[in-house]
Design a protein around this ligand. Structure first.
Ligand code: PEP
Ligand code: MN
Length: 359
C-alpha cells in the first residue's frame, strides 16, 4: 500500500515529492528504480543525475546524454515526471529535448553567477519547474542572486531545495543544515516553495526521517530524496540512498503540516518554536566548541605554567562583546551576564586542569 502523506484538506496543494537515484547508472537500474518508486511510494517526480559534479577528477562523472533517454523511457512507462540536474546551457538544451519535466541547479553551480546566468539564458521561455539548490557555501546572497537571474529572463516557476551547507566545523551531518538560511529565504520569498533534501544534508540513511520532518515542521512544501533499487551497489552517494520500500516507510512516518488559514496562528507558532529549537541546538553546539577551545588554552597555560585567569584578556573580551552586542541592539547587561557565565565555566574547566588555581 502507498503512504498517504498528503494533507487532509483538499484545498491544500499536495506536497511535491521527488525521488530517485543519485545517478543514472544503467537502463536497468533506472527503469527498475522508477517502477519501484511508482509502485510503492507517493513520489510524483523521478530524479536522477546524468551529469555528476565530482570534487575530484577520476570519479564517475555521470552517464551523460543516454541517461536522458532512460529517464524518458521511465516516464513513458510509469507516468512519473522526471527531474535532472543541469550545470551548463548544453545540459539545459539536452534536458528540454528529452522532455524532462523538472530541471534543478546543483549546489556547486548555484555558487557561480556565470554558470547560473548561462543556464538562465538557456531556459528563457520555458515554463518547466526550475529548482535551485542552496549554494554549497553558507551565503544566502548567492541563492538570492540565482533566483533573481532566473526571474530576470522571465522564469516564474521556481522552487528552492535546501540540501545543507559546507562547514569547516565537522558536525553530525555531511552538510550542515544551517536552518536560519532557508528560514530567511522563506521570509524573503514566501511565494517560492521550499523543498528539503535530507539525503545530501545527512550523508547517511539514519537521520533522513528526522531531517525531513524538521523541514516539514518549518512549513516546507516538498521533499527530494535519493532512492536506489540497490543502494549498497550505488555508484555515487551509496551511504545516503534508501530503497523505494524504505522510502515508503519514511513517507508514512512523516507528519505533513497543514497550512490552512484557520490554522494560521498555530502554524506560525509551530514554525517559530521550531526555529527557537534549532537556534538552541546551534547555541549548544557553539558553546561546546567554545568550551573545548578554552580547554585547549587551559592545557597550553598548564604546560607553560601560566595562571588561569588573565584579567587583561577577560576585560578585552567583555568590552568587545558588549560593544558588538549593543551595536546590534542587544541589552548591555544581558551581554555582560551571558559572557560572565560562559567565562566562569571556562575558568572552572581550566582550573580543573591546572591545580595551581585562579590567581
Ligand atoms: C544530487 O542531487 O545528486 C547532487 C549532486 O546534489 P547537490 O548539488 O546538492 O550536491
Ligand atoms: Mn547525490
Amino acid at each position: 500500500m502507498k503512504a498517504d502523506n498528503s494533507p487532509s484538506n483538499t484545498n491544500e496543494p499536495a506536497p511535491l515529492i521527488l525521488a530517485g537515484p543519485c545517478s543514472a547508472e544503467s537502463e536497468e537500474q533506472v527503469i527498475q528504480t522508477a517502477r519501484a518508486i511508482k509502485q510503492h511510494t507517493t513520489a510524483t517526480v523521478f530524479r536522477a543525475g546524468v551529469w555528476k559534479p565530482r570534487t575530484n577528477p577520476g570519479g564517475f562523472e555521470g552517464i551523460g546524454l543516454i541517461g536522458l533517454s532512460w529517464l524518458l523511457q521511465a516516464k513513458k512507462e510509469t507516468g512519473l515526471k522526471t527531474a535532472v540536474e543541469v550545470a551548463t546551457a548544453e545540459h539545459v538544451n539536452n534536458a528540454l529535448q528529452f522532455d524532462t519535466d523538472v530541471l534543478w541547479i546543483g549546489a556547486r553551480t548555484t555558487v557561480n553567477p556565470f554558470s547560473v546566468q548561462e543556464i538562465a539564458d538557456a531556459l528563457k521561455g520555458t515554463d518547466k519547474l526550475i529548482l535551485v539548490k542552496n549554494p554549497i557555501n553558507p551565503d544566502a546572497k548567492l541563492w538570492i542572486g540565482a533566483i533573481e537571474r532566473l526571474r530576470k529572463v522571465g522564469i516564474e516557476n521556481i522552487g528552492l531545495i535546501h540540501r545543507g551547507f559546507s562547514s569547516y566545523v565537522k558536525g553530525k551531518y555531511r552538510n550542515a543544515p544551517m536552518w536560519q538560511i532557508p528560514i530567511e529565504m522563506k521570509r524573503l520569498y514566501p511565494e517560492i516553495p521550499m523543498i528539503v533534501d535530507p539525503s545530501h544534508i545527512c550523508g547517511n540513511r539514519f537521520d533522513l526521517q528526522d531531517i525531513a520532518q524538521k523541514g516539514l515542521n518549518l512549513g516546507y512544501q516538498g521533499l527530494m530524496i535519493e532512492s536506489h533499487i540497490d543502494p549498497n551497489a550505488a555508484w555515487t552517494d551509496k551511504e545516503q540512498q534508501i530503497t523505494p520500500r524504505e522510502l515508503q516507510l519514511l513517507l508514512e512516518g512523516l507528519i505533513w503540516k497543514k497550512h490552512q488559514a484557520d490554522k494560521q496562528f498555530s502554524q506560525q507558532i509551530d514554525n517559530l518554536r521550531e526555529q527557537i529549537n534549532l537556534f538552541d541546538d546551534e547555541l549548544i553546539q557553539l558553546l561546546t566548541n567554545r568550551l573545548a577551545t578554552a580547554q585547549q588554552i587551559g592545557n597550553l597555560k598548564k604546560e607553560n605554567n601560566v595562571a588561569v585567569l588573565q584579567s587583561n584578556r577577560w576585560n578585552e573580551i567583555l568590552t568587545n562583546m558588549i560593544e558588538k552586542g549593543t551595536s546590534v541592539g542587544l541589552n548591555d547587561q544581558f551581554v555582560q551576564a551571558f559572557m560572565e557565565i560562559i567565562h566562569l565555566e571556562s575558568i572552572r574547566l581550566q582550573s580543573n586542569l591546572n591545580q595551581s588555581g585562579i590567581d
